[in-house]
Design a protein around this ligand. Structure first.
Ligand SMILES: [Zn+2]
Length: 284
């Protein structure tokens, strides 16, 4: 079950499956609670869509405050609509300044790192191995979904971490729904190799057009990997129908913001920085 929550000005959805894990922080944010205006009204987190940088930064600051996660602990990708997965070790360096992170999924056992997916219609999928405390975040647009990205992440969890399917909880967040996602014959064809494609691909009203149910396509990938459907939570919220709540690339005609989806393993409290006037005794 997904439910709407509010912290400070930020309104976001939570999956009860993930919020039931006390070692996690996660959110599927709406567009509500930021300071951006017009096409980006209001909680736009993308610096690349034409919004003013100062406003986007203020939105990030609001998110950091609301979720009590330091700004530097949010990690975003240079999402490229592919199917490559960025695996982050539990400790040590993971970034180099000269490399862009051209990935559409992240997997990590690292604590205090909020792995983020930016969306405006694409499907955000957040996962946890609740036994081993490993998290994953997936950006499943139609190309990545057709490439089987959700299945690929599950296979990586099985092969690299020996995850047990029963321990995996998965939340499929708000995205464009089957009501609004029409594609042409070429895009439809890219899904036909997938198992059970008739369950998420149907003829559109117009000739040579097809309707794709992207959340269901991702759900089928998970089920076909051996995940029980009781372990998969589905938002059933269409970003294009609900532009009062979400940014929608299709619904807006192309110029719009991006909403944040993230998951984080809570860690030990970081070292406390002593400041003047602090109640705690100063270390001599
Ligand atoms: Zn819709």
């Amino acid at each position: 079950m997904f439910h709407l929550s509010k912290t400070h000005s930020i309104q976001y959805y939570e999956s009860s499956f993930l919020s039931g894990c006390d070692f996690l922080t996660h959110a599927f944010c709406t567009r509500l609670g930021g300071i951006s205006e017009e096409d980006y009204d209001s909680l736009n987190i993308s610096f690349r869509e034409g919004d003013l940088e100062s406003r986007v930064l203020q939105n990030w600051n609001r998110l950091a405050m609301a979720f009590a996660v330091p700004l530097d602990n949010f990690l975003t990708l240079n999402q490229v609509h592919g199917d490559d997965i960025f695996v982050i070790k539990p400790y040590g360096d993971y970034l180099s300044a000269d490399k862009t992170l051209d990935y559409d999924a992240m997997v990590t056992p690292r604590q205090n790192l909020a792995i983020c997916i930016k969306t405006a219609d694409c499907v955000p999928v957040l996962m946890v191995d609740r036994a081993q405390k490993i998290i994953a975040a997936v950006h499943a647009g139609w190309k990545s979904t057709a490439a089987g990205i959700s299945a690929k992440v599950i296979r990586l969890l099985f092969e690299r971490y020996n995850s047990d399917p029963q321990d995996l909880l998965i939340a499929i967040g708000p995205s464009i729904g089957p009501c609004c996602f029409e594609v042409d014959e070429e895009a439809a064809e890219s899904f036909r190799a997938q198992e059970d494609c008739e369950l998420f691909l149907s003829p559109g009203e117009k000739k040579k057009k097809w309707m794709v149910d992207l959340p269901e396509a991702n759900r089928r990938q998970l089920i076909n990997c051996g995940i029980h459907e009781d372990n998969i939570d589905l938002a059933n919220l269409c970003t294009s129908c609900r532009q009062d709540l979400f940014f929608s690339h299709r619904g807006s005609g192309g110029i719009t913001g991006r909403q944040l989806n993230f998951i984080m393993l809570k860690g030990e409290a970081p070292c406390r920085v002593m400041t003047i006037g602090d109640d705690y005794p100063r270390i001599q």
